[in-house]
Write a new protein. Sequence first.
Length: 504
Amino acid sequence: MRIDVGQHMGMRQEMKLSPRMIQSMEILQLPLMALEERIEQELSENPVLELAAVEPEEPQAERAPDEADDAAEPLVVDDSDRNQTEDFRRLDNIAEQYGQQWEQNTGESSEYRPARRNTGERDAKIDAMANTAARAAPLTDQLYDQWRFVEADPTVRDAGALLIEFIDDDGYFRTDLEPVLNQAPAHVTRHQLEQALQLIRERMDPTGIGATDLSDCLRLQIDARLAELEDEADAEPWEHARLLLDDHLKDVEMNRLPRIVQRTGLTIDQVKAALSRLRRLDPHPGRRLAPETPQAIYPDVIVEYDPIGDEYVAALSRGRQPALRISPQYRKLSKDRSQDRSTRQYLAGHMSNARWLIDSLDQRNNTLLRVVRAVIEHQRDFLDHGPEHLKPLPMIHLADQLGIHVGTVSRAVSEKYVQTPRGIYPLRMFFSGGTESTDGQEMSWGAVQAKLKQVIDKEDKSKPLSDEQLVEAMKAKGIEIARRTVAKYRQQLNIPPARRRKQF
């Protein structure tokens, strides 16, 4: 076998992603919060870029010939280009990268976050932060603060401080004592760990902290309620709740109330009263001390109804996206021939980067608006009448209508939200497949789910519909779906089966 090395000539076609195209696609797929972070980063790194009180577009006549931008490049994605694998992998990881940066910048760490340039006006974000309630201390810190006031031997106190580290966000201690003992100081014994755990369960507030599982947590809370009550009439429902929790938990989960009545001798009203007491208990006591902070959602586009034209109009939510421009002073300085060559080259490079960013933001806004306006046109019935009238809308169909690549549509709707008169929805929700009703009306799968929920909400709760009966009920409304599809949609809507929906 011979191995030869030689030179060969050939011709082939391939698409190259220019830096401008890569930046445009990056900017397009960023959600609003990450985009704001990106803009602030550019403001801190690029000296020629500044905030503008007006729109960043400049009259074309004011631009010098040497400042003309390159011809607009089409924002397309060609999956056949095998030489750009790294570029596309970079684009696919942008959401995750910016999500991590946002979490770091908004978490408890003290990492520096670039500030916007001072324009002499009040910063809306600083005002919002000043009016926001302080974040609660972590659960572990709050439990430590309580543990300091618990009277116990020094060794037991050391054991309790170690146990607190193993309590999860729900307030449960789900770990065996043996692994904890292996990490404990030499002077701490298993017996002292057990003593400390018992003190945590008895003394910590809210009641239920230190429970090993859900039933144990509820049992601790019931025992605390019974200890506080002196009237036997008030205590009786709680005693029945304790009975159900100890001996009939499976029947409670499966809503088998007649079996509970048969086995306990209680009346159906007593069982219902006991279940009512169980519902008052907190299955996650730890979250009362350190509740989860809900994630804020800022819509990228606002859709409003115009009664004059009887139409829906879309506008960008520019409250969090500042207008940018190139500093006139630096622009003038870059043309000053009295400046040395290195200074002018330095400014020219930053001015080119600034123009690219401004053009990418303009292209993002234009693409996003075009997509939303096309969605409004297709989903007018949804805006008029609600989720039951959501129509199927494949992305490829919208891409063909707008004359752009389907990858552009996908990036434009990724992690974007739209505010409508019916609420705030993820933009991707409007793109889905669907089916056709018996009367020829197209319905998206989201509309089918909404119809299914309507049927279940209106059913007789004493005789709830089984999945087979739901299939027939949907068929009566002109929607033919399989039983397994009904079961899948019911699970997605967090609706239990008929047996557990029954009310006695």
